[in-house]
Design a protein around this ligand. Sequence first.
Ligand code: NAG
Ligand code: NAG
Ligand code: NAG
Ligand code: NAG
Ligand code: NAG
Length: 946
Amino acid sequence: MTKDTETLIRLPKRKQSSHDCLIKNSGCLWLSLTSVFTIVLIACFTLLWVYISSGPSRDPGSIVQRLFFRVKAAGTNVKQECAITDERKFDCHPEVGATKSICASRGCCWKPTTPSASNLNSVSSVGVPSCFYPLNYTEYHVGNISRTSDKITAFLSRNTSSYYKEDVKLLKLVVTYESSYRIHIKIYDPLHPRYEVPVEINKPAKIFGSSSAASSFDIKITESPFSFQVYRKDGHVKLLDTSVGGFIFADQFLQLSTLLPSRYVYGLGEHRATLLHSLNWTRVTLWNKDRPPVEHSNLYGSHPFYLVMEEDGRSHGVFLLNSNAMDVILQHAPAITWRAIGGILDFYIFTGPSPANVISQYTELIGRPFMPPYWSLGFHICRYGYKSVNQTLDVALRTHAAGIPQDVQWDDLDYSYGWMDFTYDAERFGDVPGLARTLHDMGMHYMMIFDPGLSNSQPIGSYLPYDYGMELDLFIKDNVTGKPLVGKVWPGTTVWVDWTHPKAQKYWTTLVTGFHNQVEFDGMWVDMNEPSNMVNGAVDGCPKNSSLENPPYVPAVHGGSLKFFTICPSSTQYTSSHYNLHNLYGLMMTKMSHNALLNARPNQRPFVISRSTYPGQGRYGGHWTGDNAATWHDLYASIPGILNFNLFGIPMVGADICGFRMNTTEPLCQRWYQLGAFYTFSRSHQERDTNSHDPTMFSKTLIDSTRKAYLLRYSLLPHLYTLFYNSHTRGETVLRPLFFEYPKDKNTYGIDQQFMWGKCFLISPVLSENTTEVQGYFPKGSWYDIQTGSQQKSNGQYVTIATPLDKINVHLREGCVIVTQTPNLTTTMSRKNKFGLVVALLDDGKSEGELYADDGKSADSIQKSKYNRILFSASKKDRQITSAVDHLGYHEDMVLGNLTIFNIGTKPSQLTVNGVLCNFTFSQNQVINVEGLTADLKKRLTVKWT
Ligand SMILES: *[C@@H]1O[C@H](CO)[C@@H](O)[C@H](O)[C@H]1NC(C)=O
Ligand SMILES: *[C@@H]1O[C@H](CO)[C@@H](O)[C@H](O)[C@H]1NC(C)=O
Ligand SMILES: *[C@@H]1O[C@H](CO)[C@@H](O)[C@H](O)[C@H]1NC(C)=O
Ligand SMILES: *[C@@H]1O[C@H](CO)[C@@H](O)[C@H](O)[C@H]1NC(C)=O
Ligand SMILES: *[C@@H]1O[C@H](CO)[C@@H](O)[C@H](O)[C@H]1NC(C)=O
């Protein structure tokens, strides 16, 4: 047991003693008024202080408090300290039920606002707080500060109590300059180790040497009261400034507020919201929760990370490595408040300066995204409610029959027997092994779902996953009985795998491999891993007297309590309480599934898609945005959703195409297949009680437009795959907001109805009904419709683009060279086709591009250098395109079959490829097309025209 857990169990005892104090206090008060003995007075005031400052739930009108406040007020100038503009007020009473007297008992300022903001639960805006911190609110003071070249350490102490129980009165602050762009600020209890998030963090190989001298930032520490500012050396932009007060570090309440240098804040999820956050007293609650995505609610994952665009177009990011439930408040100041109910304060600040740099610096720390298998970039179809193996297979057959590419067919829990993991229903899905083989014969792949809750009610000896888990003693335990905690999921009563148990990996690998020996599935879909429960806490309820069940401050979680449709926070996992580990449950399941797949399918790249996520998960798998609905609003919301996950280092992400819940409509579904064809993870999926919405269920118009969109996607897959390589090796985003490419153009900061693929493609989908045009923003420059080559020149403006029903707008940016490949019904087949080269010439300057290629499936392609990387360069002025083979390690044929050049100007009289004269077509759009080439892409390429 760690010291931390001791701290946690001590709490109830402490509660006991504060009750004792209540009784003594009344006696003391009487004594103090009637006795003249100084010593008694001192004793009483000490007790009073302890009493008043220890609990938030006092009788508001008590004589004790009034007495205290006269004493306190005497020494300070209350008026001046409370003269704070609304936007700079920081909430001193975030719980429901603030009153003037309770506020005064906290030593805070009171000015009621209507409606009293903090009293509103589960709304978007918490509003101007009525009870707020005065300036120079008594907090921690710095002692013993020491600076070395790479580190600052200091002790922070407070001799008063905050109004939360169990203040940590002595803290240690360690500031480490980890690199020229990364600073680590850790505030923790040096005497009693507390829970820290057990995820792998890539620590710098060696501490960045000459500290502040070589770094782009510096930190200033104010000693009394303690605060710090992190600022850029150049221009002195303050990235963080905690001098606004309200710093508290108690056992179950850790709070830190900082001013922000601008109003452009992104990240902080998983939440459904616009990409650019509103600072209108917005509350973002993090506590992993199975809840169909709606605004203003905690959802499936937790990502305590934000990115800010500064006024001058530079960018920085902040990550709070803390996995406890928390609220994050954004207010107009502009400012942010972190309010977590456990752990420590462990901040990493990334100084960019470009937003792309920030994300790369973030994933350098938490882990780069995994390299996906090529087939996973194809089209996926799934539904809940297939009644038999035949129905599942039929979907793939009819999709291919309609000429629509599809790589992956999925099964939801339908395949299982009694909804139990690692079983299949002998009657309806008896031939699921045959299904997997048939799909493989078609060049396709097969995905199956797995849940972490396992049935505990099967006859002994009949359900290995339970029996084996009991044998290893690795299910999460009820904290009172010490027996496996029992809740309820699809198969009835269930127990949950404790992924922190030392044998969990061995257990999961054994089950996955054993099942894979029967059914050759290609990847794992891990669901219900928030974890989701169909009862609150456990079938027998949760312990009543646990401080983990009833923390003094409960973030604004959906349902009002931590246990709401999940397991008891007090339940026991091997390394800590579920209270601490809850938000990591999906991450750990994803990691163990990834590793299990590596064992079941040796040297095949694992593919795992998870509903619940936490930072660092991108290295093991991807995500879908959960149980969305078939509405136009959900169609739009998918864009900020997928963009955010690229910021979170999980670029393999998509939303259920056409909507999971509700019957979709053809107009919606038609536009959704077009947008969905540009998600990185492109899957159609739906709920059991809905009419099938795979493409062939609709009219020819929808089938045709869907085929067209996916043929376009498939032709661009070599480029998408290259983006994933850059994500995996350098931490680049795959899908990205426009401002990543145009950080100086503030018009792009709020755009979330369009997005980019890498730096070269701008996607502008139709997002509303009965519309055949899009108002799209085109950053300054020339853009080329990838399907026609027609040029869109822009000075940085909105443009109306005609978008008939069969079209999605995909524009190639000037200066880009991209590689395509003739599409086919599966990537297995399309990978054998010829490549194409598309060049968007700049009027002036070099166009550039690159291609990464490998066998698309080996786990060790990069490690063992079994890949090719080819760089392209083109110039309008020099009238030529050339390539250079940067790396050659993959020796399959790679033949260039065609070439397209946009913006070539006047018609050339002749064109040669590798010195050979070629026929070409020239269109009015100034587009050159060359077909029928057989150039080897693995050799240097030269195209010239005159
Ligand atoms: C807060 O403290 C600072 C530094 O000690 C001091 O300069 C300032 O006047 C104080 N502000 C108020 C309102 O007391
Ligand atoms: C902020 O939120 C409040 C309450 O929801 C609303 O009345 C107000 O209009 C909002 N202000 C802005 C600038 O959005
Ligand atoms: C599936 O189709 C095969 C061949 O058409 C048929 O023999 C079998 O009975 C079907 N199974 C189910 C469960 O419908
Ligand atoms: C109950 O929880 C505490 C704190 O997390 C832990 O120390 C203790 O071992 C748990 N007891 C059982 C029976 O799981
Ligand atoms: C979808 O429509 C079918 C009838 O076409 C109906 O039976 C079903 O209940 C509908 N589902 C939902 C979720 O409305």
